[in-house]
Design a protein around this ligand. Sequence first.
Ligand code: AHR
Length: 528
Amino acid sequence: MPDLTATVVVDADIPGPAISRHLYGQFAEHLGRCVYGGFWVGEDSPIPNVGGIRSDVVEALRELDIPNLRWPGGCFADEYHWRDGIGPRSERPRMVNTHWGDVVEDNAFGTHEFMALCELLGAEPYISGNVGSGTVREMADWVEYLTRPGTAPMADLRRANGRDEPWRLRFWGLGNEPWGCGGRMSAQAYADLARQYGTYSRDHGDNVLYRIAAGASDWDVEWTEALMKAVADLDRGPFPALPFQAVSVHYYTIGGTWTAKGSATEFGADDYWRTIVAARDVEPLLRRHIAVMDRYDPQRRVGLVLDEWGTWWDVEPGTNPGFLYQQNTMRDAMVAALHLDVFHRLADRLVMANIAQTVNVLQAMILTDEETGALVRTPTYHVFEMNKVHQDATAVPTYVKAPDLVREVGDRQVPTLSASASVRDGRCHVSLTNTDLEQAVEVTLDLRGADVSAVRGRLLSAPGVAAANTPAEPDAVAPREVALGAGPGGVTVVLPPHSFAVLEVDVPGLTLPSVPAVEERRPCPTCP
Ligand code: AHR
């Protein structure tokens, strides 16, 4: 029996915000081995594929119910010219990927291949258009190519390339990191461009875009303020719709510094705790951006999109520094679990989030071996798989009563236990994360406002926090059923050090009113 105990109180009958499934979004950039070698092997590859897309990767990712996939970047989006990636592959022009590895890109994976990938995954596409080095016309044409029904120049071009029906496309990004790789612009300069590019990113037929303005880096709330002012101005004018419906923000968890981020697998307790502090900072960071948004949009019609997040370590020794390939351990799993708890809490404004990135880059779900092609599911993959039960559920208030479970890190007091819960279809799911490095904790679940008929649980844990999955040991870290106990206060579960659990509680008869997710709310009363 562990020395440490805690109680997690869940008010199962008090509905909070809808947890949009899009908070579980992913990101695939033309970077390193994410697209080429990760998703795309080409039709002639000995690796089994459907039209060039790796079958094993698709199969593994389908288990995550990926709601949306962001593409083609990242920084790459602002030097990508979509017309280079359509038509016969042998005739597609080549280009240099100046951001990532300075390698030659042959454009084999373009619009049709990406949309086919989304269809295979059952994910909605989230495409970021080129503001940094493109033109308004280029962006307008791409939207028309993708979504225009009937006869029209771009729709006809699409048809000539083998796709008759327009695709369904909601999520449309207006550039990426314009303060940095996307053009080194000032907030005001970009806010003006976002209005212009957003305006010409048209709705065609019955396809309605959800335009996402490229947002701030980390704590830069002034950037968010410039974007909110840019839409608030128009909201008072004679315009039927806003030029963008959401603003984004990027935040990476860096345990070290930008120039020395530290090893993904070889780290000490101090490195670990700095990482946990950085991961926990995502909550105050998002709350600050939300506070600014609330000033201009108190009805919360404009969404906040965290479309890049996750851990960023030094690349694995011997790999191309421009390819951002890193291993993934239980420490990464802790970071993912902490973020997802925050997303559930902030779901009334946070409409979407995209972890960077899905395969072979940064905090990946899947790693593939360059030589053998072997596929490995990372500890982060398992957190996403275990937590997918929260997608489109209703968040319910969750309180951690554990005053002693606090760790001092420098001048910070960091709670070591984190939790969140949601209700859907007669079930309440409770996620529990014990970030303590040495101590197990016995958690009592005090679930209020519902009759409990049965409880089950799954646990992700490993003897060491640096435990990782490899081709030789693909299941060194994998979830398993966990034994539950019964105490006077409710069901009990023991969480080992650095572990993550999801409890599933049957609460028959409990139904909560459904609340539309933020991205379903049109951002102005007169919008279609
Ligand atoms: O995800 C890697 C890179 O990080 C993206 O291309 C860029 O947007 C960010 O700086």
